[in-house]
Design a binder for this molecule. Structure first.
Ligand SMILES: [Zn+2]
Length: 159
């Protein structure tokens, strides 16, 4: 079925329709899950996924929505981010108790978080060796989150 869709890639209004873009894949998953792809959800999916893999806070997403001259409330943004997280489209990375970043890279990876700069970088899973305890037979491994927290040394150099 996908190969048929792929053959139908065509130019409309000088924009190329790519059924395999992160946005279109997300839209398909939203539809398949039974969630109505409302205009607001489509706008948020587009803004979230059009810039490739990235980590964005709800507040920064709100700013990007405003920059595109769209009006979506902060409450709707939080709700939609929660829905997208539950669908596995994005991943919530809780960097501290007051700050979550939403990760558009849903493939397994770990994070390096520079606390004083608020910057986060991806770490490939094979760069970190974990020695996990064996998991009881009645349980199944669902996910592993690793955040390596670092701070820059610049404050120490001043003194
Ligand atoms: Zn990430």
């Amino acid at each position: 079925m996908y190969s048929i869709v792929y053959n139908l890639i065509m130019k409309t209004d000088s924009k190329v329709f790519d059924p395999f873009s992160a946005y279109n894949i997300a839209l398909r998953k939203i539809e398949e899950s039974g969630i109505v792809p409302t205009k607001q959800r489509r706008i948020l999916a587009k803004i979230l996924f059009q810039k490739g893999n990235r980590h964005i806070s709800a507040e920064n997403l709100f700013d990007e929505v405003k920059k595109e001259d769209r009006k979506i409330s902060m409450a709707t943004i939080y709700n939609t981010l929660k829905q997208f997280t539950n669908l596995g489209l994005i991943r919530e990375v809780v960097v501290d108790k007051n700050k979550s970043l939403y990760d558009t890279n849903s493939k397994p990876h770990y994070h390096l978080y520079i606390e004083d700069e608020g910057k986060i970088h991806d770490i490939p899973t094979n760069n970190i060796n974990l020695d996990l305890p064996s998991i009881p037979a009645c349980l199944t491994l669902h996910n592993i989150d690793v955040i390596v927290r670092v701070r820059s040394l610049k404050d120490n150099k001043k003194s």
